[in-house]
Ligand binder design. Structure first.
Ligand code: IYR
Length: 241
């Protein structure tokens, strides 16, 4: 069973009495209210912290504690999801042999992409990033987190249970994972070799799971540089009516 469930006997009912057959139990909301000044400060502090996040492409071999990755994955799993189906699966890879297999398969797809698959317009759009088909970070970074999107899950009787808003849900979970990693002091790279079917094979994931993204996680090398790109200004990406 993939959804969080409460034992039925502990479910409160609207009239305050335990009702074993209640299908939509509720519990008190654990919500934190802040005074307005503290709220403003928290909001701007968080933006300042997130504004330092950059996509990194040169990773050192420095290891990362598994506990940190576990906590970041748990943060990712707090994402809202269609009908609370939590339609994601994360495979955190630190095994050097598996990372090497992923690198070999990803570079093969990337060579096809850069050599003939990508239209000229796409290659032009990527020029300022300086990317190519060589992906050494897939072996040097301590963790590769493969994120899979599940189209459905199997219930206890082996019946398909359809998932809803899968892409939106997994996209939000991925965003939370990137945020959690950055907050913990880790650098990330969203890597999307296309197609990514090789991840199912290498990581033994079932067909109903679609590889969504490969997140490279670790520490930047001492001499890491990033492209000098600018973020849009608030006025250019947001409208208040
Ligand atoms: N997957 C390729 C190409 C690539 C595509 C986009 I859109 C990027 O923002 C960056 C790279 C690669 O990783 O090189």
């Amino acid at each position: 069973m993939n959804r969080a469930t409460l034992p039925k006997s502990s479910l409160p009912s609207t009239d305050g009495e335990s009702r074993p057959d209640d299908e939509s139990p509720s519990i008190p909301l654990d919500f934190q209210f802040y005074p307005e000044t503290e709220m403003s400060r928290r909001a701007t502090d968080f933006f300042t912290m997130m504004n330092r996040r950059r996509t990194v492409r040169s990773f050192s071999q420095r290891p990362v504690q598994r506990e940190v990755i576990e906590a970041c994955l748990q943060a990712a799993s707090t994402a809202p999801s269609g009908a609370n189906m939590q339609p994601w699966h994360f495979v955190a890879v630190s095994d050097p042999t598996i990372k090497q297999s992923i690198r070999i398969a990803a570079e093969e797809e990337e060579r096809a992409f850069y050599d003939h698959r990508a239209p000229e317009e796409w290659l032009n759009a990527l020029k300022h990033l300086g990317t190519d088909s060589n992906k050494p970070f897939l072996e040097t970074a301590p963790y590769l987190i493969a994120i899979f999107a599940q189209r459905y899950h199997l219930d206890d009787n082996g019946q398909h249970v359809k998932h809803y808003y899968v892409t939106e849900s997994v996209g939000i979970a991925t965003g939370l994972l990137i945020t959690a990693c950055h907050n913990a002091g880790l650098a990330t790279l969203t890597h999307t070799p296309s197609p990514m079917g090789f991840l199912n094979e290498i990581l033994h994931r079932p067909d109903f799971e679609r590889p969504f993204l490969l997140l490279v996680v670790g520490y930047p090398t001492e001499d890491a540089t990033v492209p000098d790109i600018k973020r849009k200004r608030l006025d250019d990406f947001a409208t208040f009516l």
